[in-house]
Ligand binder design. Structure first.
Ligand SMILES: Nc1nc2c(ncn2[C@@H]2O[C@H](COP(=O)(O)OP(=O)(O)OP(=O)(O)O)[C@@H](O)[C@H]2O)c(=O)[nH]1
Ligand SMILES: [Mg+2]
Length: 332
């Protein structure tokens, strides 16, 4: 029997911190299942909220603005007899305005290379829409081979009768294996999604130790937390013009960890907005980010934030690769 009760512990470990040999000590269970799941969908439908719920901790930042997620984010959800490796991806967009958008979409596609199944998340509040484009961008030629679940999210926002109608529409007009209505925000239906995934994963041993939730280094999450606070504090185009890099991260045995972060913007006018009158806005941002970083790392830190201008960084392929958009995430 596959159990869903075992949530991963709140325990972040760097990839370098563990040795794969440790897995040799785990007795091989012939019924153990493991595999990769790619989470696709348009911007703002709740992909990150769903991924976080499944992993049991907040790995992906969530905001009410579209195009929050920029990298594919790996989250590991383990139980006694299963391990699901989830890829939360940036929202699939039609109009690619910058090189950054094109590179983000490449990262969506590359998440699907190892996929054993696909979740396509849609927003139940929106009129039903075909999902061909999302599948094309996300999995390309693999679309007919991979088991696909349509997750009808945000069901808490619509009436039960409406949910039934939308469910029927998606069952009729999309070529998916199943449709499950959920409310990722409140965790409703998330176990049904897990059950579906489990039924599609092949038998095999765990890829990662059972007590880790991600392979990204801590500094990656630090940068993401700062980016989330930027989205929450600033309006319009400003958050989209920001890139956050951790330039220094020093663990100190007898003092608070020292973290230096730079926010790169495209224009001086954006820098002025970020800093605010007498530096008040930046101070507010740094405090909000520090509190969340401390909560995430479970220790006190000293956070220094600086704003820099790099004109048109979103169009500069070299810079984009340097910032980690070229494939594997390099935390800066
Ligand atoms: N009411 C309600 N809101 C939800 C639900 N799931 C997500 N949201 C909200 O929808 C917004 C977008 O959620 P995200 O998880 O960031 O969406 P996303 O698909 O990852 O967005 P991108 O990364 O921008 O593509 C946030 O304000 C969430 O709180 C849900 O089940 N119910
Ligand atoms: Mg997201």
């Amino acid at each position: 029997m596959l159990s869903l009760s075992d949530k991963p512990e709140r325990n972040m470990v760097l990839l370098d911190d563990y040795e794969m040999e440790e897995l040799d000590f785990v007795p091989i269970d012939p019924n153990h299942r493991s595999g990769y799941v790619v989470v696709l969908g348009k911007p703002n439908v709740g992909k990150s909220t769903l991924s976080n719920q499944m992993v049991g901790q907040k790995l992906s930042i969530v905001t009410d603005k579209p195009q929050t997620t920029r990298h594919r984010i790996l989250g590991i959800c383990s139980g006694a007899d299963y391990q699901m490796i989830l890829y939360d991806t940036p929202g699939v967009i039609e109009k690619k305005m910058h090189k950054l958008d094109t590179m983000m979409m490449k990262n969506v596609r590359s998440a699907s290379i190892n996929a054993d199944c696909v979740l396509v998340v849609v927003d139940a509040c929106k009129p039903p829409q075909k999902i061909d484009e999302v599948l094309e961008e996300g999995v390309g030629d693999l679309r007919d081979k991979l088991p696909t679940l349509l997750v009808l999210n945000k069901k808490d926002l619509i009436k039960p009768g409406e949910i039934a109608k939308k469910l029927e529409w998606y069952e009729k007009f999309t070529n998916v294996d199943e449709v499950i209505p959920v409310s990722a925000k409140y965790g409703h239906g998330v176990d049904d999604v897990k059950e579906w995934i489990l039924s599609k994963l092949p038998c095999g041993p765990a890829y990662y130790p059972k007590d880790i939730a991600s392979e990204h280094p801590e500094r990656f999450f630090v940068a993401e937390i700062v980016r989330e606070k930027i989205f929450m504090q600033y309006r319009d185009e400003v958050p989209y013009a920001c890139q956050v890099n951790v330039v220094s991260y020093k663990t100190r045995p007898n003092a608070k960890d020292f973290i230096q972060v730079e926010i790169v913007v495209e224009k001086n006018s954006q820098k002025i907005i970020l800093i605010g009158k007498e530096g008040k806005a930046l101070k507010l941002l740094a405090t909000a980010a520090r509190l969340d970083i401390e909560d995430f790392l479970q220790k006190k830190v000293f956070l220094e934030v600086e704003v820099k201008v790099k004109e048109n960084w979103r169009q500069n392929e070299g810079l984009l690769k340097h910032y980690g958009y070229g494939g594997q995430i390099q935390a800066l």
